[in-house]
Ligand binder design. Structure first.
Ligand code: NDP
Ligand code: GDR
Length: 367
């Protein structure tokens, strides 16, 4: 393992007290949130360790701009393998751990259900036990990437959802994350660990994985604008989500670990839009107004100016159980963390479409 950079030597006769430079460990550092959080922590002067998986191709693309930073250290590992977690934690002895690693795709979790439970559920307890094994129970603060999927979003459930809303997970992913949520609460109560659940609602960015619905739409809009794609095919157009910007949400994660006491927080914007509205807004960015015609599987999004069909429904994107309506109430995060989202839905979509158009022009959209 590479050692953190040494503190600069002092020239004064009496050495000034050295300020402790915080160390953070991030699982899922190569993901959307991992990359934004790494930037944030490096800016704040942290030494950052990240666990990356061995892949047959490069998976550090989102960290490219940071790889030469001497305060960033990447270690091979996996949440399904406790040996590496114990080794890395014992060696880097972090002040803070952010557990962002996950099989994070809800629809895919129906196909790889056992693996999702292993990574997202058991991975969390492997990490917590590695902290205990390293003797860091009382010093290391822990952030768990919990999710609004825990609530299930049933139309007759509580809306907006907040910290006290009952959970009703609707996918193998959400069930695995439910275990992660409760084991964090249990270790906090059992061992006095400073461990927090961030119950984050959907957050997106130009770095979002291409199979999540926002990025799928903005990439398609970029390609359609250049004549490289004819249509966009989607699943449930009625699903409503509370979409924020990932850059804002990693700030909330960090704030949770700077509080006097550990707790669990909902992080959301307080505004929800349907997938249909997401399409409207994204096509608006390239000057197209959509008109919607038909119902159910026959519904189509049509270019109002030309009559050309641009959006269709394909049931292959439906989920065995759907989460219909997620809208968060971030009052607790606003009041106790002083956190507020700084990016509107319109700004988010503008940024994502502009980024995808630029990537396409540079020949990098499929990187
Ligand atoms: P991404 O899918 O972009 O990133 C997931 C990360 O987890 C990647 O770095 C991936 O590595 C890593 N990973 C996957 N499997 C394993 C494994 N077996 N061991 C170690 N690492 C693994 O997710 P996001 O950045 O969007 O989300 C971060 C976390 O927050 C996730 O836990 C997600 O479930 C949760 N969350 C996300 C929300 C969102 O809207 N984005 C909302 C609420 C919660 P690799 O690059 O090699 O694939
Ligand atoms: P979600 O995000 O399931 O909320 O999980 P996703 O973008 O995949 O789906 C949002 C909603 O859009 C509907 N939808 C489609 N989704 C995808 N991916 N592809 C389609 O073609 C499509 N058509 C309609 C979905 O049915 C769904 O209702 C994300 C992940 O980041 C999780 O890790 C995180 O925990 C939650 O957000 C909060």
């Amino acid at each position: 393992m590479s050692t953190p950079a040494a503190a600069p030597a002092t020239t004064t006769a009496v050495a000034a007290p050295q300020q402790h430079r915080k160390t953070a460990l991030i699982t899922g550092i190569t993901g959307q949130d991992g990359s934004y959080l790494t930037e944030l922590l490096l800016e704040k002067g942290y030494v950052v360790y990240g666990i990356i998986r061995r892949c047959s191709t490069f998976n550090t693309r989102r960290l490219d701009q940071l790889l030469t930073n001497p305060n960033l250290h990447l270690e091979y590992g996996d949440l399904t393998d406790s040996s590496n977690l114990t080794r890395v934690i014992s060696e880097c002895r972090p002040d803070e751990i952010y557990n962002l690693g996950a099989q994070s795709h809800v629809k895919v979790s129906f196909d790889v259900s056992e693996y999702t439970a292993d990574v997202d559920g058991l991975g969390t307890i492997r990490l917590l036990d590695a902290i205990r094994a390293a003797g860091l129970t009382k010093t290391c603060r822990f952030y768990q990437a919990s999710t609004s999927e825990l609530f299930g979003g049933l139309p007759d459930g509580e809306i907006p959802q907040k910290e006290t809303t009952p959970f009703h997970p609707r996918s193998p992913y959400a069930c695995a994350k439910l275990y992660g949520y409760w084991i964090v609460v249990n270790y906090r109560e059992a061992y006095g660990m400073f461990a927090c659940n961030g119950i984050l609602f959907n957050h997106e960015s130009p770095r979002r994985g291409p199979t999540f619905v926002t990025r799928k739409v903005t990439r398609a809009v970029a390609r359609i604008s250049k004549g490289l794609q004819n249509e966009l095919t989607l699943g449930n157009l009625d699903a409503k989500r509370d979409w924020g910007h990932a850059r804002d949400y990693v700030e909330a994660m960090w704030r949770m670990l700077q509080q006097e006491k550990p707790s669990d927080y909902v992080v959301a914007t307080g505004n929800a839009y349907s997938v249909r509205q997401l399409c409207d807004r994204s096509f608006h960015e390239i000057g197209i107004t959509l008109r919607w015609e038909g119902r159910g599987l026959e519904e189509k999004g049509i270019d109002a100016a030309t009559g050309r069909v641009l959006v269709r429904v394909d049931p292959k994107y439906f989920r065995p159980t759907e989460v219909e309506y997620l809208l968060g109430d971030p009052t607790k995060a606003r009041t106790l963390l002083g956190w507020r989202p700084s990016t509107s839905f319109e700004q988010l979509i503008h940024e994502m479409v502009a980024s995808d158009v630029k990537l396409l022009e540079e020949g990098r959209l499929d990187d």
